[in-house]
Design a binder for this molecule. Sequence first.
Ligand code: FAD
Length: 459
Amino acid sequence: STQEKTPQICVVGSGPAGFYTAQHLLKHPQAHVDIYEKQPVPFGLVRFGVAPDHPEVKNVINTFTQTAHSGRCAFWGNVEVGRDVTVPELQEAYHAVVLSYGAEDHRALEIPGEELPGVCSARAFVGWYNGLPENQELEPDLSCDTAVILGQGNVALDVARILLTPPEHLERTDITKAALGVLRQSRVKTVWLVGRRGPLQVAFTIKELREMIQLPGARPILDPVDFLGLQDKIKEVPRPRKRLTELLLRTATEKPGPAEAARQASASRAWGLRFFRSPQQVLPSPDGRRAAGVRLAVTRLEGVDEATRAVPTGDMEDLPCGLVLSSIGYKSRPVDPSVPFDSKLGVIPNVEGRVMDVPGLYCSGWVKRGPTGVIATTMTDSFLTGQMLLQDLKAGLLPSGPRPGYAAIQALLSSRGVRPVSFSDWEKLDAEEVARGQGTGKPREKLVDPQEMLRLLGH
Ligand code: FAD
């Protein structure tokens, strides 16, 4: 029968990993792919992570939309795997299951004072300005003069840039109305990005750094002392790192030309990189009610190359601030007790996307590799997972005989009172968001309340 030739596959998560995996699986001429997503809307961090002033990055949504329009692909939002349906139930209904659910948590600082008001994760802050429902109550207090970001990666730079960009430059982005309102009232003038190691170890990339250096109304603060002896060392490092370090070095040590000097002199805001500093404690205000600074241990580097470690010198330094944002990484959570999980590395143990010891179960994206890498990296690794799955299918390693696929899951969900959101439902929400943005010249005004979304869909 035709059904026997139709491999039923499902993917958990609709970020880049989910969509790119589905795209590859659909190369099989009969495969049917269902994508389950816990949010009522698709695209994961492309919608809820990528900065609002980087709209070009979000063009991948067009490719994902094409995939979703395939007659052999379906999107089912508003379905949280592990809560609304279990992984074993999916395994029962499908020939294969791919876990692409990303990294939903943040790494904690694990230092005293972390719980004080005025401290939050960069992840929550990003979710707040990008309209992630669970972060809409964040209410970050931007009434202080100085913010400290712990971490020196691209997410840290995104957050610093959003804090320092003149709000009128964000007006025509898809940043939420509420976030824009708070940023308009912001008194933050200085943002420090703190790293345990030195300029050669920063985790951000050159494009993001250049954008920061050229940010309107803001000037960079770099201490030339941090760059002593670096000129010689950069000769040995790989080319992308070399170009990045040269840009840092030039910015820190060269006298700017007259135009740039004038620009910097008139800048009302500033940002700086604080190197060789490891956070020890968030310092409370005198009344103990909120964060008033960060105590940093001064470090120096030991070891070479990959093994370079920051070790404390014994010196301490207090950095006063009213807002502390920890940006030391995202973290995946285990999704279901039946799925192996490496809690130390925060990934599902796998070999090239095949989940260890569980035939028919695969993974891709951040939950497979850990929470690093851009969308292009995620694409490559998701295609690879798709390839492994199709190989296994061809080799007869997946269950034979028909599987019910969505029909079985739909029955389960409906018995549990869960109403999935289809891709055409999402397109209605999308049109509504675009319409709401129109009056104010925004590409869209995001809906941030899942209840409102479901109401608009008549669910
Ligand atoms: P995600 O994009 O996180 O997708 C996972 C999806 O799974 C989510 O939609 C989530 O809701 C869903 N999910 C989670 N749990 C469940 C569950 N139990 N059941 C069902 N669904 C579930 N890359 C670039 O190339 N350019 C950029 O400018 C850029 N900016 C970034 C900014 C930030 C703040 C961050 C954090 C990342 C950025 N990246 C950028 C990296 C890029 O976002 C990632 O490489 C990519 O999103 C990882 O894809 P993923 O599908 O593994 O995870």
